[in-house]
Ligand binder design. Structure first.
Ligand SMILES: [Zn+2]
Length: 333
């Protein structure tokens, strides 16, 4: 943790909180998006508001600095105007006026955004600072407890008229597949999200398959075993790669993005996740002039969860919404 009173501290501080199904990340950043404080805690689904308020208070105490505003990134149906979150199926939230409750608890302005969208906003801002040829459209594909995409199109955040734009995790990928937390059957999430990967390992064990995997292995264990050549793990990770490649192709073909960034907890698998996707895209390009034309210069990258794109995006949103001076932002109203 860096002392915030060091030379060069720029502007009031804002906190960004990324609430995931298993972990909640907090960052405090200055006006130049420099991280002054970072913390990760297991998500306490039973008392989210108290937990987030406590984490922000910890940051205030540690930094001995005021925090001007808080941004919270969370999955589900998020209304950024009233700060509520609904239908966050992987957090057990039906409806929660999260923003107003936190604002009362903390006494500072609080803003709420969809987690993948917050990350996409942060990515887009990073790109704006990069080389001029960096694409202005990007899809951030978050793969963790659930799956969703945050999309920036031509520099603008995509919400859609139904505000569900990017919820690719609930596109049905296998009509005969497992029942999803959303109530549908065979959603992409039931195949390629972290708990789904673990579930498929448990199913193979229950079926008596021979594997190095032990009961309750997590997604990282499965990717590790797959890299080591375990047949069951390879089968699972191949299926995951097949479905994620299709999802990425759908994002590219329907939205026209040339840059797809994979993040979320499952991204911690690293090359074991990324390379099979890249090789499948290469095969599709070789097999189809259309795929070559549409996907020829598409880049698929991996962003480590330790880079905290959701929390940093949430912090950036808080900074924009209270009108702190900084470089031009994108996306939010
Ligand atoms: Zn679903």
């Amino acid at each position: 943790m860096t002392a915030s009173h060091e030379r060069g501290l720029d502007g009031p501080l804002v906190a960004g909180v990324d609430v995931g199904g298993t972990k909640t990340s907090v960052v405090v950043t200055d006006g130049r998006d420099r991280i002054l404080y970072e913390q990760v805690a297991p998500t306490d689904q039973s008392s989210l508001v108290c937990q987030i308020a406590g984490l922000v208070d910890d940051a205030r105490r540690e930094l001995r600095q005021d925090i001007a505003a808080v941004g919270v990134a969370i999955p589900g149906y998020v209304d950024p105007d009233d700060g509520s979150v609904s239908m966050a199926v992987n957090l057990g939230i039906t409806h929660l006026p999260l923003g107003p409750m936190l604002q009362t608890e903390l006494g500072i302005p609080t803003f709420v955004e969809h987690d993948a969208r917050a990350a996409a906003i942060w990515l887009s801002e990073q790109a704006a600072d990069g080389p001029a040829e960096t694409p202005t459209s990007v899809a951030f594909l978050a793969i963790g407890t659930g799956i969703s995409a945050g999309v920036i199109l031509d520099g603008e955040l995509l919400r859609g008229d139904n505000s569900f734009a990017g919820e690719i995790g609930h596109v049905v990928a296998d009509p005969d597949g497992a029942v999803c937390a959303c109530g549908l059957r065979g959603c992409l999430e039931t195949i390629a999200a972290g708990p789904a990967i673990a579930r498929q390992a448990d199913e193979a064990l229950a079926a008596g398959r021979s594997t190095v995997l032990s009961p309750h292995s997590d997604a990282a264990d499965v990717f590790r075993a797959g890299s080591a050549g375990d047949a069951v793990a390879v089968e699972i990770t191949d299926r995951v790669a097949d479905h994620l490649t299709r999802a990425i192709r759908s994002l590219v073909l329907t939205l026209g993005v040339k840059r797809v960034v994979i993040g979320g907890g499952v991204a911690a698998a690293g090359p074991a996740l990324l390379e099979p996707i890249r090789s499948r895209i290469a095969l599709e390009r070789a097999a189809s002039p259309l795929a070559q034309a549409a996907m020829g210069d598409v880049t698929v990258e991996l962003l480590s969860p330790t880079q905290a794109p959701g929390a940093r995006g949430a912090a950036a949103i808080a900074r924009h919404r209270i009108g702190l001076p900084e470089r031009e932002g994108v996306g939010e109203r």
